[in-house]
Design a protein around this ligand. Sequence first.
Ligand code: FAD
Length: 387
Amino acid sequence: MEFGFSEEQEAFRKSVRDFIARETTREMDRELDATSEFPVELARKMADAGFYGVPFPPAYGGSGGGPIEFAILCDELAYGSEAAAACFLMPVFFAGEMILLNGSEEQKREYLPKIISGDLRGCFALTEPDSGSDAASITTHAELDPSGEHWVLNGHKALISGVDVADFMMTVVRTGPPEPKKYSNMTILMVDRSLPGVEHRKIEKMGSKAIGLFEIFFDDVRVPRSMVIGAEQAVGTGWAQMWNSLDMERIMVATLYAATARRALDDAVEYAKQRKQFGQTIGNFQAIHHQLASMKIECDAASLMAYRAAWLKHAGKPCSMEGAEAKVFATEVAQRVTQQGMQVMGGWGYTMDFDMQRYVRSALLGPIGMGTNHIQRTIIAKLMEVF
Ligand SMILES: Cc1cc2nc3c(=O)[nH]c(=O)nc-3n(C[C@H](O)[C@H](O)[C@H](O)COP(=O)(O)OP(=O)(O)OC[C@H]3O[C@@H](n4cnc5c(N)ncnc54)[C@H](O)[C@@H]3O)c2cc1C
């Protein structure tokens, strides 16, 4: 057994770190949090630096990194700058991965190079007002028009990230009845956001604000038949297509929140070394140094679980269980550690003068997004064959 990264992986980690140090600042993250704006300029710089191509094969313009390089990138971006992570994760990785795993060869050649160069961004629209965890109960639907050239799309999506900056929306729809299974006849359409009949409305949220949250309304939207992900033969297979991307999604979320926790820990340590009470730095008090040590143990465990899942994926081994475990653990560690960080900083941790409150707000999303932790635990129990 070998613990550790190759020289190339360490060099890659350093290059991401250097980029973050050069191109981002705490002030920038604070400002984007306050204004809820997507960092367009930073997104362009990240594409130019080649980061968008990391998880994609050279045949489509990527650099052919594997799950470990992908995890390193997520880790460093999320640790360094929430805004940088927002630029990459949903509009680039998520949209691109969906095409890479499920698209036709023609779709991969057409769209992946544009996603990697930063010229095209996407979002993923599954959730609806009445269909969240019970994702197979969606009602947004599409029927072929009489000419057979277009899918006519009607329905309503909710809680969708990044719609305003997306050129296209990977939209999960019903293209037939929920039979013989509830998840039968689901299809993923790549919908151009500028098509007539598409409207969106912003939903205000409490954290992770560099990427916005939206509802989308589809009213007789005519989507060309060629925009079915995976082409004609993939109509009705949307559920299986979504399952294909779950491993990398969980690795991504676990790495992201393990990094958020580590960032909160490092800020808390810095504060404990500076802040003086009773004539000495608060890091001298056993209550504080024990708390920081406990946070460190949790951060390391979360990070190890995330990289274990990435390593399994890299080795071509099953990792659905380990990915789900890492997602649950890292997101819950991020909640605990950011709140403990706030405790270490006392009243100042609660103020907007410091970043700890932003980490707390971001961490609260972890157990909810990308499959809630209740659902992940059910998946783990199922894989354990408990039921
Ligand atoms: C900031 C943010 C960004 C998002 N971005 C996107 C996006 O880009 N695209 C997208 O499609 N969706 C997105 N979502 C939606 C997200 O995936 C859903 O919020 C999530 O799947 C949960 O659905 P829900 O909110 O409807 O909760 P519900 O499903 O109503 O669940 C409410 C509670 O009940 C629990 N619960 C439900 N069913 C069960 C069960 N069977 N067993 C045990 N507990 C259960 C849940 O765990 C949860 O605690 C986003 C959400 C947020 C908050």
